[in-house]
Write a protein that binds this ligand. Structure first.
Ligand SMILES: Nc1ncnc2c1ncn2[C@@H]1O[C@H](COP(=O)(O)OP(=O)(O)OP(=O)(O)O)[C@@H](O)[C@H]1O
Ligand SMILES: O=P(O)(O)OC[C@@]1(O)O[C@H](CO)[C@@H](O)[C@@H]1O
Length: 313
């Protein structure tokens, strides 16, 4: 069983507009609401493919209730920890060519007592889980040392920990010795403090995170695919998408597919790329199911050209 942890979940509201024009009243031509947050999406993707997981979410206020109802409606097993603050709403503005503009709230404050309650729930559930997957931004409140302590306690307790976050939270996961980290290009660049222009830059940056404590690094690179750097070597892969609809949650789908297929080697990278590409072909943050997956378009390369330039990030 996979335990996902989203410390800052959301109600995701996606509005489709014909074109984004600043300063105008825009009329939405379509709208939908999804339960959101990166770990929540990993759980949704796993469920869409018949795999069991439990999503840990702090939830508060009317939006917290809505989040819990949406998760129940989709049949996602959850551990909701009540909090005083109001769960955030994140907005996606989607244009017909697949361009998305996202506005994410900071999220409610998680008090020290609430964070301790969430941590206890995670540490307890971790005992019967194959993976603990902590994803997304830290809400205001918990300090980085408190988050780092949670990661360290999980690793010390023998949990296989995966972290998909940014900034200091990503580095805390690396330092704690997470089994897997999944940064995107921007997060990886921030973690190593330099721009990443080529595939070689990405491989080098992943190697640095491994040297600092991470077991495996799965770097997602948008349309440039993904790079996997693990004990046994380096693999790069792409999965072209003919008609991109929404990239929201593509990284979460990639991570879910990678975990679902064992989190190592070619088979897992193929699965992750197939799930990521399928998510990009679907509207909003809809997670792909078996009917959406096409593994035949995935191309892997065990000896990638490290001088290959990446698209504009
Ligand atoms: N434009 C695209 N064309 C083809 N595949 C894409 C595209 N964008 C994303 N992908 C696929 O989805 C995966 C994840 O994308 P990305 O690197 O943007 O993740 P992310 O920034 O973590 O996304 P999010 O935070 O929205 O979940 C990529 O590794 C790739 O397989
Ligand atoms: O603000 P964060 O935590 O970095 O990201 C939150 C979020 O943008 O990530 C998911 C897509 O990956 C969405 O469901 C959600 O709105």
């Amino acid at each position: 069983m996979i335990l996902t942890v989203t410390l800052n979940p959301s109600v995701d509201r996606a509005l489709e507009v014909d074109a984004l024009v600043r300063g105008e009243v825009l009329r939405a031509v379509g709208s939908h609401i999804d339960p959101g947050g990166k770990g929540v999406n990993v759980s949704r993707a796993l469920l869409a493919n018949g795999l069991k997981s439990t999503a840990v979410v702090p939830a508060g206020g009317a939006e917290g209730e809505q989040l819990v109802d949406l998760l129940k409606g989709e049949g996602v097993d959850m551990l909701a920890v009540p909090i005083v603050g109001r769960t955030r709403s994140n907005i996606t503005l989607a244009e017909p060519d697949g361009t998305v503009t996202k506005i994410n709230e900071a999220g409610p404050v998680l008090s020290a007592a609430e964070f301790a309650e969430v941590s206890d729930a995670v540490l307890t559930a971790a005992r019967s889980s194959d993976w603990v997957v902590i994803c997304g931004s830290l809400p205001p409140g918990p300090s980085v040392p408190a988050f780092a302590a949670l990661c360290e306690r999980l690793v010390a307790a023998g949990a296989r920990l995966a972290v998909d976050s940014s900034g200091p939270a990503l580095l805390a996961g690396v330092d704690a010795g997470a089994t897997l980290v999944k940064p995107n290009r921007e997060e990886l660049a921030e973690a190593v403090g330099r721009e990443l222009s080529t595939l070689g830059d990405v491989v080098e940056a992943c190697a640095r995170l491994r040297a600092a404590g991470a077991g495996t690094v799965l770097a997602s690179l948008g349309a440039d695919g993904a790079v996997l750097v693990e004990e046994s070597g380096v693999l790069a892969g792409t999965s072209p998408v003919t008609v991109p609809r929404s990239t929201v949650g593509a990284g979460d789908a990639l991570l879910a597919g990678f975990l679902a297929a064992g989190a190592r080697g070619e088979a897992a990278l193929v699965e992750g790329l197939a799930w990521g590409a399928a998510a990009v072909s679907l509207p909003g943050s809809r997670m792909p199911g078996p009917q959406d997956l096409d593994r035949t378009t995935v191309r892997l390369d065990a000896r990638p050209d490290l001088s290959r330039p990446l698209g504009r990030g």
